[in-house]
Design a protein around this ligand. Structure first.
Ligand code: FAD
Ligand code: NAI
Length: 471
């Protein structure tokens, strides 16, 4: 980065929010620069989040399947083992290929990739400290902030990324630990805990609340919790970690009941801190411009993604809403459409959530408790994969589909799926909810046979007509 650039739009941050916004803005005819300081495009998601975690989830799932389940299918694989360095290499190669892919998309769409850290000088100027030591100024009609999030630290448990790790360290371990303690039974804790449990580590998850992933529907969440326990994950619920230190190559943790009380100690090889993420806006210069943040450090925006400085917009993990890559992408597209004078909009009520464990859990819309708390009268339809022919044929029957609809009008309110491929199956429910469908609409839609998706249709039949066909 050097010299002075003039653009219609400068995007600060090259994660799924920022890079997608930059490409879309270019496609809408704007001249665009995207400033990214980490040395690679794709942000948290591609470099140290969604993609590397899914690569490790896949490798560990294949290994665990071969080791423990192939026999049931008559497949002899007696000497199954893994080479962890090769597993890590496959993950790294995938990430490198995809980040280069985004650079290619930038070239194709004529987005200028500026490698460095951006700082706002005014509502129309960004100063860039280049990763190569150079500096540049970019003047632009509009600025889009997409600087993402970082790990929330846990006081008393300092992260060194080797023994006490965040998700970033957990994705890059050099060997599989004998024992691992995960602090936080959220998305990262359960996904990364599953990875290492499958590869042979004894994993204990310590969670402050008395439930895992509270945003899931209670019924599905309980079945999910049981399923994870059956796989070998251990849980210490309603427990907090007050201290963690490394001594003699081991991690010594001090735990306490969430309500307080006597301290307990727990030793492990590696401890993963996964208690959430927080917006990252350090060094952006927001304070000097008077750009407002809320109590949780999120940049305040209006319904058009506009901050308190009218030419500065913000999207993704730094603003309110679910901290998810696909939400950041939607924000990015909508924000640049608005900047281009069009009518961008994101419906946060239909953003799906997916936990990529095995079974997967995927959901969209309201949980039963949320609907009831809103004073709605609901009806539900459930269908277990145990009664689905495809799930039986492939021998993967753990889980169910739950459809929640308004009792009087049959309007779809939420769909919750636990099962293999739930993350792929959820999208018919997302589309149905987005289009304001009823449970009957799904029930009357022809689904291919034999597919796992037929369980969605059956649960919708159960919600709409009271009884499914195949149960
Ligand atoms: P980010 O992806 O965080 O990107 C922001 C970028 O801005 C970064 O690259 C950063 O280097 C750059 N930046 C920051 N400040 C500056 C500056 N001043 N100048 C220049 N550049 C700057 N979400 C899902 O939807 N599905 C998943 O499966 C999933 N898995 C995850 C797994 C893990 C382990 C983690 C940690 C997260 C996961 N997420 C997942 C969440 C997802 O990664 C985030 O929601 C998403 O990356 C947010 O996108 P963003 O563009 O807002 O920010
Ligand atoms: P999370 O918010 O999903 O879960 C954090 C968990 O830690 C919660 O259950 C919380 O109650 C618990 N907790 C908080 N403080 C604690 C303490 N002191 N002691 C013990 N437990 C404590 O956060 P996580 O897992 O760190 O992930 C961050 C975000 O990244 C997610 O919220 C999600 O937005 C995103 N993500 C999404 C994934 C996906 O879509 N599949 C995968 C991984 C991350």
């Amino acid at each position: 980065a050097s010299g002075q650039l003039e653009k219609d739009l400068v995007v600060v941050g090259g994660g799924p929010g920022g890079y997608v916004a930059a490409i879309k803005a270019a496609q809408l005819g704007m001249s665009v620069a995207c400033v990214e300081g980490r040395g690679a495009l794709g942000g948290t998601c591609l470099n140290v989040g969604c993609i590397p975690s899914k690569a490790l989830l896949n490798s560990s799932h294949m290994y665990a399947s071969a080791k423990h389940h192939f026999g049931a299918y008559g497949i002899k694989a007696s000497d199954v083992s893994y080479d962890f360095a090769a597993i890590q290499k496959q993950k790294d190669t995938t990430v490198a290929g995809l980040t280069k892919g985004i650079e290619g998309l930038f070239k194709k769409n004529k987005v200028e990739y500026v490698k460095g850290w951006g700082k706002l000088v005014s509502g129309s100027e960004v100063e860039v400290a280049g990763v190569d030591g150079s500096s540049a100024r970019i003047r632009a009609k509009n600025i889009l902030l997409a600087t993402g999030s970082e790990v929330t630290p846990l006081p008393g448990v300092p992260i060194d990324e080797e023994k006490i790790v965040s998700s970033t360290g957990a994705l890059a371990l050099k060997s599989v630990p004998g024992e691992m303690v995960v602090i936080g039974a959220g998305y990262i804790g359960l996904e990364m805990g599953s990875v290492y449990q499958r590869l042979g580590a004894k994993v204990t998850v310590v969670e402050f609340l008395d439930t895992i992933v509270p945003s899931m529907d209670a019924e599905v969440r309980k079945a999910f919790h049981r399923s994870l326990e059956k796989q070998g994950l251990k849980f210490k619920m309603a427990t907090k970690v007050t201290k963690g230190e490394v001594a003699g190559g081991r991690v010594k943790l001090t735990l306490e009941s969430a309500k307080g009380g006597a301290a307990e100690s727990l030793e492990t090889d590696v401890c993963l801190v996964a208690i959430g993420r927080r917006p990252f806006t350090q060094g952006l210069g927001l304070e000097a411009l008077g750009i407002k943040k809320d109590a949780r450090g999120r940049v305040e925006v209006d319904s058009n993604f506009r901050t308190s400085v009218p030419t500065v917009y913000a999207i993704g993990d730094i603003i309110p809403g679910p901290m998810l890559a696909h939400k950041a992408e939607e924000d990015g597209v909508a924000a640049v459409e608005i900047i281009a004078g069009k009518h961008g909009h994101v419906n946060y009520a239909t953003v799906p959530s997916i936990c990529y464990t095995h079974p997967e859990v995927a959901y969209v819309g309201l949980t039963e408790d949320e609907a009831k708390a809103k004073g709605m009268e609901v009806k539900t339809g459930k269908f277990p994969f145990m009664a689905n022919s495809r799930a039986r044929a492939v021998g993967d029957v753990d889980g169910m589909v739950k459809v929640i609809a308004d009792k009087a009008t049959d309007k779809l309110l939420g769909v919750h799926i636990m099962g293999a491929n739930a993350g792929e199956m959820i999208h018919e429910a997302v589309l149905a909810l987005e289009y304001g469908a009823s449970a009957e609409d799904i029930a009357r839609t022809c689904h291919g046979h034999p597919t796992l998706s037929e369980a969605v249709k059956e649960a919708a039949i159960a919600a709409s007509f009271g009884k499914p066909i195949h149960m």
